[in-house]
Each structure stands twice: as C-alpha cells, then as structure tokens.
Design a binder for this molecule. Structure first.
Ligand SMILES: Nc1ncnc2c1ncn2[C@@H]1O[C@H](COP(=O)(O)OP(=O)(O)OP(=O)(O)O)[C@@H](O)[C@H]1O
Ligand SMILES: [Mg+2]
Length: 251
C-alpha cells in the first residue's frame, strides 16, 4: 500500500538485467526521518533497490518519487542534488588528505569551489565541519591524514562527509562490515542519531548490528519484498526463515 507521506516511494518497480528479474517491488516506502533496515540473502536485490532510488539504475517499469517529486527519469546527479546521498561499502575518502580536508571536499559543489578559491572553507562551513566531526568522534583527528584512520573511523568520516554534503536521505550499504564490536556499537548509535533530521536506509547482514538499530526491517528475497516489520517479527516469519535456510553467513 502506498503511503503518500513517505519521503521515498518506490512503486511497481521492475528491474531486469538481460532478462533476469533482479527486482520486482509493488511498493516500498520510507517515512520522513525514518531509519529503515534492508536485509536479505546475497543477490536478493538490496543494492539494486538503492541503485534505483539513487538513479544509478533505471527500472524497466515503475515510478520513483522522492520528496513529492517524480524522479524516475532524472539523472543520478540531479537526484543527488535533491538530497540523496550514497555510502558504499568501501569508504571513498582521500588517503593523502586530512580528515578535515576530506570534509571540505564534500561540501556542496558551489561552496566547495568558493572555499577552494578563497583557499579555505568559510567560517560557517568550518564550524559545521568541526561540529560534524565531533559528532562522529573524529574532532581530535581533524588534522590527521585519512590513511591513519581505522576502518571504523573511515566509515564514520564517510558518513560525516555525506552529512556535510547536504544529503537528507542517506543510503548506507553495509556500514558494519569488518568493524570491531566497539566500532559496530558506535556506528549503530550514530545512524540512530542521524534519523529524525535525516531519512536513513541501511543495508546490513550483521543481525547483531540490525538489532541495535531498533528499527523497522524490510526483508528482500529474490527481488521481492518478503516481509516488513520489527526484527523480531520478521525473524519469526516462516517465509523469512525459509529464505535464509542453509545460508549460514546471514543466519
Ligand atoms: N549490473 C548488473 N548486471 C547484471 N546483473 C546484476 C547487476 N547488478 C545486480 N545484478 C544481479 O541482480 C541480483 C541482485 O543483486 P544485488 O547486488 O542487488 O543483490 P544484494 O541483495 O545487494 O546482494 P549482496 O548481499 O550480495 O550485496 C543478483 O542476482 C545480481 O547478480
Ligand atoms: Mg549488495
């Protein structure tokens, strides 16, 4: 059922690759300010769903509406300007630059350029960057080259870069992969913190992490939505159990 107040609305969307149906979704919506988790076995279509929302992949049919605008045919850059930000599994920070300089580069294009011409970000941008770094526990490392960061710290830097870029809708693919327990806990706290002011869609395999997010879960399997609800409810669903059967990695 379509809920017209959802900030992200994916309606009757079919994605095919060479005739193979990777996604077939009658309706998927995310409420404004919601933190939603997308789970499902390998190849279920999770990344593909993010790809159609961000405009990276065009659906064969169906409609994508973001913030009341139909963006189905929009180029990826226009959807990004609308406020959709993407974080991929591999952090894409610049190793040779400091934490702070990476943040400067992530400023919205115009301000980044003005900053570059002036040799530095404006006073307001600087305050904002430092506040965001504080929030992701990287304030003390602002001058540190990004190559010195731990894997978890790089993930947080990338999330902070998404925020400074002005993204309001964050699509975050497997943020907990390869993190220590402490880093995983902090990442879950950070994402929960972001919800409200941001709308966040998180793809994740790590069930302990998903449990920490305490959010509504959508289960994809073979391109279709199998279940939606609390983690406890979907884990108790026999169809979900069936889909995960024999898949030890995600059990
Ligand atoms: N560009 C592409 N060309 C052809 N097939 C693709 C393409 N992208 C995805 N697929 C196929 O579509 C299906 C869904 O892939 P997708 O990457 O969305 O799965 P996923 O749920 O993100 O899996 P994982 O948990 O492994 O990341 C898979 O069968 C995949 O092989
Ligand atoms: Mg994926």
């Amino acid at each position: 059922m379509s809920d017209r107040s959802d900030i992200v609305q994916v309606t009757d969307v079919v994605v095919e690759f060479d005739g193979f149906r990777a996604l077939d979704v009658p309706y998927f919506g995310i409420d404004r300010g919601e933190l939603r988790v997308l789970i499902g076995p390998n190849g279920a279509g999770k990344t593909t769903l993010c790809d159609v929302i961000s405009g990276k992949t065009r659906p064969k049919s169906g409609r994508i509406v973001i913030d009341d605008r139909e963006v189905t045919d929009w180029p990826e850059t226009a959807i990004a300007r609308l406020g959709v930000g993407r974080k991929f599994q591999t952090p894409s920070v610049f190793d040779g630059l400091s934490v702070y300089e990476n943040m400067e580069l992530a400023l919205p294009a115009q301000r980044g350029l003005r900053g570059a011409l002036a040799g530095r970000a404006s006073w307001r941008d600087e305050r904002r960057i430092l506040a965001l770094l504080e929030r992701v526990h990287l304030r003390a490392l602002a001058r540190t080259p990004a190559r010195m960061l731990s894997h978890g710290q790089r993930q947080w830097l990338e999330i902070a870069m998404l925020m400074v870029s002005g993204a309001r809708i964050l699509l975050v693919d497997e943020p907990a992969a390869g993190l220590t327990d402490d880093e995983t806990r902090l990442t879950a706290e950070l994402l929960r913190d972001l919800a409200g002011a941001h709308t966040v869609l998180v793809i994740e395999h790590d069930m302990e992490f998903v449990r920490r997010l305490q959010s509504r879960v959508t289960v994809l399997n073979a391109g279709k939505i199998l279940a939606e609800g609390s983690l406890e409810a979907v884990q108790a669903d026999p169809r979900v159990r069936e889909a995960y059967l024999g898949r030890g990695k995600h059990g």
